[in-house]
Design a protein around this ligand. Structure first.
Ligand code: GDP
Ligand code: PGA
Ligand code: MN
Ligand code: MN
Length: 614
């Protein structure tokens, strides 16, 4: 038997509540050793992981890992939010009673870390000193070393974050047990995996994966599911799947901050990393604050909404990342950045990595190249030759500090004041490039009715058109009616309100399927129009679904986009929208207790569309 208290004491971890927590789970999972982790352990852990073959070298100061072939994305199906109050059940949160889930997870985890090390990872999901710090501390116990290496990149890790808590019992308790991945029946009726957030006990129990959001408990389980529950219960804040960026106008000296939600793999990371288009680069500069999570609160001083990014790193989609689409990301994952690549293709002779869209064609000389499953490219069977080299959800993990356009004040404790909140997703028609919404209830309604194509970031749903409220569908932790009311309460409490907008970079040509808008860096043009609208410099055109730019108002300098495409990009197809309103009505009707203000917003938009049709 390991003496847990001695190990923790020697590591300088003095919080007795943490000691109790570790003691309990060490005994239950049967771990053989315990190790307390600080960020400074990174070089040693990297060496150990390389020696053990868990990581492979990918050039100077970069690393490569492969996850188990059936463990490459989040599983929405196996994700549960549990509490002791059945009223917390919503349409999307897969609510189950805590009293049922806890014993079930304990049974799965019992003895499942035998022979392994249990790493104790104390972390903080917030810039230190943040007004929301009380909700940010956590301890993840994990039996997987590569998970620890990811945690060190994605969260602020170290015992200092857990020793001096105002309330020493108040930290999120996370337990991650990998399990025997080859025997878990992933995706079958006999699936053994469970990813559970026991929200009213601030406890996260994840079993059966070592991939991304299934295993790094600070990020999605704490940063989104637990935090959104805490934000609601405390009445203090919103925790959303939002990117967060700043725009500086060098000509006027103005700075703006925009945050917003797009479903996983729909452009958040690319937007926040965006380099201004060449023709606008002298005047505008985009600053990166965050790419996946923002916590929003009202500041008592000036009554504005402030946002922080609780994360410390970026877990970005590799596909189509290149010098033209995202030069910022290319730098952030360059030599000596400590980047970990997961499930891209790998050359075992040179340590090079490749993914679809890194270059137009894969490397011509296939010597040494293996696909994401580990299969030699040169030996792939005839029926597997066209399969992608990299998994569509392959990723890079790097820290915020390595992102070249990181905002100088990215870790400012108060966060930054928000000028606009945007929603978007992959929508092949109907949704224009941008439409602004000035009314708060209509803005919240717009978020709640966000409809988009699901992506490969979750198992088994790619391409499905579905509603994804605020892009939080996989992360909602309480009932949607209460969620909508909490949104109205937080934004309603701001004395200076953000502008809302809906954006869409993914409209396609009906015939050949190509994207009508070039996207990436050019997306700044839509955001600049929004800021001009906010400043009263443009008026746009009022439509039943919001204000859209005129062609002339959109700065298209240095860009060639076909005039007929521009008409489609900025147009509102009223007949198509009226159909959409019927689907929205059904979607919203599923939610119990939806605030009347949301229904009123829905009816206003519907009536305006009816009037426009006749
Ligand atoms: P996130 O998961 O929401 O952070 O999305 P990412 O920014 O990682 O992008 C997901 C995928 O969409 C990547 O393959 C990107 O290359 C692609 N993508 C991002 N922005 C755009 C865009 O403006 N236009 C197009 N066509 N693709 C984009
Ligand atoms: P993404 O982050 O939104 O950048 O894809 C990971 C996830 O949501 O699973
Ligand atoms: Mn995400
Ligand atoms: Mn992202």
């Amino acid at each position: 038997m390991i003496d847990v208290d001695v190990v923790l004491h020697e590591a300088g971890l003095e919080n007795s509540h943490v000691q109790d927590f570790v003691r309990h789970w060490a005994a239950l999972t049967g771990a053989e050793r315990i190790e307390v982790i600080n960020a400074s352990d990174d070089p040693r852990l990297l060496r150990e992981a390389l020696d053990a073959g868990e990581l492979l070298p990918a050039g100077e100061g970069r690393y490569y890992s492969r996850s188990y072939v059936k463990d490459t994305a989040r599983s929405e199906e196996r994700t549960v939010v549990a509490t002791s109050d059945p009223a917390d059940a919503g349409v999307y949160n897969n609510w189950r009673p805590a009293a049922e889930m806890r014993p079930l997870l304990e049974e799965r985890m019992r003895g499942a870390s035998a022979g392994k090390t249990m790493y104790v990872v104390p972390y903080l999901m917030a810039p230190p000193g943040s007004p929301l710090e009380a909700y940010a501390a956590g301890v993840e116990l994990t039996d997987c070393r590569t998970v620890v290496l990811h945690m060190i990149r994605m969260a602020r890790v170290g015992v200092e974050h857990i020793n001096d808590l105002a309330d020493p019992a108040s930290f999120v308790r996370g337990v991650h047990v990998t399990g025997d991945l080859e025997t878990l029946g992933q995706g079958t009726p006999d699936d053994q995996r469970y990813f559970v957030t026991v929200a009213d006990e601030r406890t996260i129990l994840h079993y059966g994966s070592s991939y991304g959001g299934n295993a790094l408990l600070g990020k999605i389980a704490h940063g989104l599911r637990q935090a959104s529950y805490d934000g609601w219960r405390s009445g203090q804040f919103l925790a959303e799947q939002f990117m967060l960026l700043g725009i500086t106008d060098r000509e006027t000296g103005g700075t703006y901050h925009i945050c917003g939600g797009f479903p996983s793999a729909s452009g958040k990371t690319n937007l926040a990393m965006m380099l201004a288009p060449d023709a606008l680069g002298d005047r505008y500069h985009v600053e990166f604050y965050g790419d996946d999570i923002a916590w929003l609160r009202v500041d008592p001083e000036d009554g504005r909404i402030y946002a922080i990014n609780p994360e410390f790193g970026v877990f970005g989609v590799a596909k189509d990342t290149n010098e033209a689409t995202n030069p910022t990301a290319v730098d952030a994952i360059g030599p000596d950045t400590g980047t970990i690549f997961t499930n891209v293709a790998y050359n075992e002779n040179t340590g090079d990595v490749w993914w679809e869209g890194k270059t137009p064609e894969p490397p011509a000389d296939t010597t040494g190249w293996r696909d994401w499953t580990g299969q030699l490219i040169s030996e792939r069977p005839a029926d597997g030759k066209d399969a992608p080299w990299a998994h569509p959800n392959s990723r890079f993990t790097t820290t915020l500090a390595k992102v070249p356009n990181i905002a100088p004040d990215f870790d400012k404790a108060q966060g930054v004041p928000i000028d606009a909140i945007i929603f978007g997703g992959r929508t092949r028609d109907r949704e224009p490039l941008i439409r602004a919404v000035t009314d708060v209830a209509e803005g919240v309604y717009d978020g709640l009715t966000l409809g988009a194509e699901a992506t490969f970031a979750a198992e088994g749903v790619e391409g499905q058109l579905r509603y994804d409220p605020m892009s939080m569908r996989p992360f909602l932790s309480y009932a949607e009616g209460a969620y909508a009311a909490h949104w109205l309460a937080i934004i309603g409490a701001a004395t200076s309100k953000p502008l809302f907008a809906h954006v869409n970079w993914f409209q396609r040509d009906a015939e050949d399927g190509r994207f009508l808008w070039p996207g990436y860096r050019d997306n700044l043009r839509a955001l600049l129009w929004l800021m001009k609208l906010k400043n009263g410099e443009v008026t746009g055109i009022r439509t039943p679904v919001g204000i859209v730019p005129t062609r002339e108002e959109l700065d298209l300098a240095g860009m060639d986009v076909r005039p007929e495409d521009l008409d489609r990009l900025l147009g509102i197809d009223v007949a198509r929208w009226r159909q959409e309103m019927e689907h929205r009505e059904e979607h919203l009707a599923q939610f119990g207790g939806l605030p009347e203000a949301i229904w009123e917003a829905h009816r206003r938009v519907a009536a305006a569309l009816d009037a426009a049709q006749s």
